[in-house]
Structures are given as structure tokens and as C-alpha cells.
Design a protein around this ligand. Sequence first.
Ligand code: HEC
Length: 133
Amino acid sequence: MHTKKILFSLIGGALAIFSANVMAANSEEHKLAESHGCIACHALQPASKTGKNPRALPIGPSMQEIAERYHANKSPGKYQELYRIVKHGSSPYRSKWQGKISGLAMPPNDDTISDLDINRLLVWILTDNHSGK
Ligand code: HEC
């Protein structure tokens, strides 16, 4: 009886998380980012825009801030470097977001994400407006 109850609430929890993700993800690339765990550390927008506590540092920079900083018109040639960071991870000793995030580094994804999907994610990060619509 007891085990059944626990199991039931676990399934309920998993369903709630699943439907929250499905409702939040609006494009194929957003879904891809959800399924690869990017959204766990990178919100779409900075806390100042979402009404979340802006004093609690996020783990990683928001997708919108990354787009603003590295949009191709502003930072030509940055694409290769960003590609390398998403594929192989970043150095914990050289954060480019010091004071703005609590995470130490971008983890590597070379074993888990295909080159094609890394490109799809990066193009989405750099060109979407990240309003979630
Ligand atoms: C465990 C947390 C975590 C996960 C998961 C994660 N990131 Fe990151 N990511 C970070 C942190 C922290 C940084 C900031 C690195 C720094 O300080 O320079 C970062 C940096 C980046 C950058 C580069 C920003 C820059 O200025 O160099 C990109 C692009 C990026 N992440 C994309 C992604 C994508 C795409 C995914 C999913 C495949 C992902 N991240 C998953 C934590 C994470």
C-alpha cells in the first residue's frame, strides 16, 4: 500500500514535469535544448525580465544574454569558439560571466550531442528572441 502510494506520487511528479516542459517548449530547437538539459542551467531570459529573484545568481547566462553578446553582427568569428565550448566545455578558470552566474563552467557534450544538433542549438541561441513564443 505504502509503496504504491509513493510510486503513484512519483509518476504524478514525472507527469507534471513532463507537461510543464512540453508546454514551455515552443520550437523544435527549444525542445532540443530541453531534451539535452541546456534549460536546466540556461533560462531563456535573464531574471530581471522574468520576475524571478534577480539577486539569486543563475547557474549559467540566459539564452537571450548569450544572443545579445555574440550575435553574428556584433561578434563575427565567435561562432567557432561557441561551438567548441558547447562541444568540449569551457574552462572553469576563465569564466566570461564572472559575477553574473553561479556556475563554474559549461560541461562538455561531445559524447551526447551530434555535431548537427550542436549547430541547430547554437543557431537557435544566437538568432531566436527567446520570448518562448
Ligand atoms: C550544468 C550546467 C550547464 C548545462 C547543462 C549547460 N550549460 Fe551552457 N554554460 C554553463 C555555464 C556555467 C556557462 C558559462 C561559462 C563561462 O563562465 O564562461 C555556459 C556557457 C555556455 C555558452 C557560451 C557562453 C560564453 O560566453 O562563452 C553556450 C553557447 C552554452 N553554454 C550553451 C549551452 C547548450 C547549447 C547547452 C545544452 C546542450 C548547455 N549550454 C548546457 C552551464 C551549463
